[in-house]
Structures are given as structure tokens and as C-alpha cells.
Design a protein around this ligand. Structure first.
Ligand code: NDP
Length: 329
């Protein structure tokens, strides 16, 4: 038997999530069984804890797009019992049962061995959100970003991606300008290493002039929409924006002027289907670069039973930092 947070859908289409004891025979197909220790909460988990947001196709469903733990059994030569592993993405927790459980069964192809020095708990404080932040930084650096070039803008800064991006950039010697619409979050963001706070309202207006003063050497954007369109016109010559999310909207009401007159680059970041080599590179940089004291400051501990309420909160932008779920709590 194992414990899991199971979402069920009734005939009226209403969903309800509750912790249940399940028989191991119900675990999905896969060649590695993992004893899950920690999971976390991302925006997508918020969707999967409720109506499914179009991501979940079959109920009953066990959400949790990320987990970390220890291999219990493996039919794949790359993994042996006792190996410490992390899983993010691959649509686990969406179309397959995920990490809100004490056991998970998955394909070996989806697992990354945890780098030395990174605990399962720390890996889940990072999670998909933090991995995505790291992938965004690597993309910006691969396109020439370096600390001497000036301020790097992070939008949705109090959120999961934004918090880890702020901490990682600042630890890497970058000057971070953090965009937030959360009142009273200044101390939190300065604690993560942000040098300057930019009120969300300053970037809320739609593009009036396609080019504004060249201000940002790079940007990690979790918001999209009108804010991203506005930021494109404020980038320095040849600078890049890593587009990560759509917390503010999926439409991009922009002009091509920043691309063709300032050589601005818009880099798309996907973490879900990301090839293994990129994942291993990112986890290794996280283990070496992320200051654990700052990571600790972002953590909000939770158990499986807390997740339905937290899932509703994250969909309303009401979760600061990173929720770390002890699935045994
Ligand atoms: P969170 O909900 O933790 O953070 C989003 C933050 O964006 C909020 O905390 C808030 O920060 C800000 N925000 C919320 N609503 C608005 C709005 N209407 N306008 C402007 N800012 C807003 O989510 P995550 O950090 O986990 O994810 C951020 C985005 O990235 C999501 O869209 C998510 O789907 C996407 N994502 C994409 C991934 C990929 O592989 N590409 C992987 C992970 C996430 P503040 O109050 O500080 O402004």
C-alpha cells in the first residue's frame, strides 16, 4: 500500500482531492519504482489539483509534476535501488500519475540522478520552477549575457520561477531588478539578492512606443502578455529575453521593431520535454551555484493534505516562493 493525494471527478464534472491509501498494483507502468520523499507545487499543479485545466485526461488522478526520492526497484541498468533521483516534467503529474504520493513508477528515461550535495528536499525547493529558471539563465549566457553588461530584469519575481531566478542570478554576480505586484515583498526579494524592485504597474501599460530607453542587459520573463511586449522595447542592443511563462497572459501585443533595430533576441524556454543533457547540465549548475541559505528562505513546508488549498492559492498568484511537500508528513 502507499499514500497518495487522489483527485476524483464526479458525474457533474466537479473534482475533489483527498489523501487515500492505494494498492501498489494501481501504480502505472514503468521500469523504475521510486520511494518519493518530497514533491512541490507549481502553477500547473494548481490546475491539476482542480479541474485539470485540459492537462489531465483521466480520473482518478494523482498530480505532482515534480518529485525527488530514492529508487526502490529498477528494471533499467542505469538505476539501482538506493540511487537518489529527481523527476520534473515529461507530463508526469498531468497525463500520468505523479509525485503527490509516497511511491511513483516511471520510465528510467525521465529520471536524473541528484548531484552530490543536493538533498531531495532542496531539489524540490528548486523543482520545475527552479530548473526552468536555471535553463533560462543558461540560455541567456549561451547568448552572451555576463554580469558586467548591466541589470537583468526578472518578472513575476515573488513566484517560483522568479524567486529562484533572482537567487541564482544574484549568486552569479548579476545585478537583479525584480518586478513584482505583491505589496510588502521588498524584504523577501532583497533577501534573495534583488538590487532593485520594479513595481508591476511601471510595466503594465501596453506598448506606446516600440522602442524605449535601452535599460536591461537580459530578462527572465514569467509573465508574458503586455508586460513582455513592453520589456522587448526596453532591452539593450543585442540583449536577450528568456520567455518562460504566461502568468499575465499568452497574447504578445508587440512589434518586431526591437528585433530588427536593436537585434533583441526572444528565447523560448521549455522545461517539460527538455533533452536529458540539458537537464543534467542545469541540475549540476543548480547544485554548485544556488545558495542554500537563500533557498531555505523561499521554502514554505507542506504535507499532502495541504495541497488542495495551496493549489487554489497558486492559481490566484497567492503563493510566495516555493512550497516543499513532505509526502510522508
Ligand atoms: P507562480 O504562480 O509561483 O508565480 C507567478 C508570479 O507572476 C506571481 O507570483 C506574480 O508575482 C506574477 N503574476 C501573477 N499574475 C500576474 C499578472 N496578472 N500580471 C503580472 N504578473 C503576475 O508561478 P511559477 O513561478 O511557478 O510559474 C510562472 C510561469 O511560468 C507560469 O505561467 C508557469 O506556467 C510558467 N512555467 C513555465 C515553465 C516552462 O517550462 N516554460 C516551467 C514552469 C513554469 P509578483 O506578485 O511578484 O508580480
Amino acid at each position: 500500500m502507499f499514500r497518495a493525494l487522489v483527485v476524483e471527478k464526479d458525474e457533474a464534472g466537479e473534482t475533489r482531492a483527498a489523501v487515500q491509501e492505494l494498492d501498489e498494483s494501481l501504480l502505472p507502468e514503468g521500469n523504475v519504482t521510486v520511494r518519493v520523499e518530497y514533491s512541490t507545487l507549481n502553477y500547473k499543479d494548481g490546475l491539476c489539483l482542480g479541474s485539470g485545466g485540459g492537462l489531465v485526461k483521466v480520473w482518478p488522478h494523482v498530480p505532482g509534476i515534480d518529485f525527488a526520492g530514492v529508487v526502490e526497484a529498477s528494471e533499467d541498468a542505469r538505476f539501482a535501488p538506493g540511487d537518489r533521483v529527481v523527476l520534473t516534467g515529461w507530463r508526469v503529474g498531468e497525463i500520468r500519475w505523479g509525485g503527490y504520493a509516497t511511491k511513483a513508477r516511471v520510465k528510467a528515461d525521465w529520471l536524473v540522478k541528484l548531484p552530490d550535495g543536493l538533498s531531495a528536499r532542496a531539489a524540490m525547493a528548486v523543482g520545475t520552477a527552479g530548473l526552468t529558471a536555471m535553463l533560462a539563465i543558461l540560455a541567456l549566457e549561451d547568448h552572451g549575457l555576463a554580469p558586467a553588461q548591466g541589470e537583468v530584469l526578472v518578472t513575476g519575481a515573488t513566484g517560483g520561477v522568479g524567486s529562484v531566478a533572482t537567487a541564482l542570478l544574484s549568486a552569479g554576480g548579476y545585478e537583479v531588478a525584480a518586478v513584482t505586484g505583491t505589496p510588502g515583498s521588498e524584504d523577501y526579494l532583497h533577501g534573495l539578492g534583488a538590487r532593485r524592485i520594479v513595481p508591476r504597474a511601471d510595466l503594465a501599460e501596453t506598448v506606446k512606443r516600440p522602442l524605449e530607453t535601452e535599460t536591461w542587459a537580459g530578462c527572465i520573463d514569467a509573465v508574458g502578455g503586455a508586460m513582455l511586449a513592453r520589456i522587448l522595447g526596453q532591452m539593450k542592443y543585442g540583449a536577450s529575453v528568456a520567455a518562460v511563462g504566461l502568468a499575465g497572459g499568452a497574447a504578445l501585443p508587440a512589434t518586431v521593431i526591437p528585433f530588427i533595430l536593436r537585434g533583441v533576441n526572444l528565447l523560448g524556454i521549455d522545461s517539460v520535454m527538455r533533452p536529458m543533457a540539458d537537464r543534467e547540465r542545469a541540475w549540476s549548475r543548480i547544485a554548485s551555484d544556488l545558495p542554500m541559505d537563500r533557498l531555505e528562505a523561499m521554502i514554505r513546508p507542506a504535507g499532502l493534505a495541504d495541497l488542495p488549498a495551496l493549489g487554489e492559492a497558486i492559481l490566484k498568484g497567492g503563493v510566495q516562493g516555493r512550497v516543499v511537500v513532505d509526502v510522508n508528513a
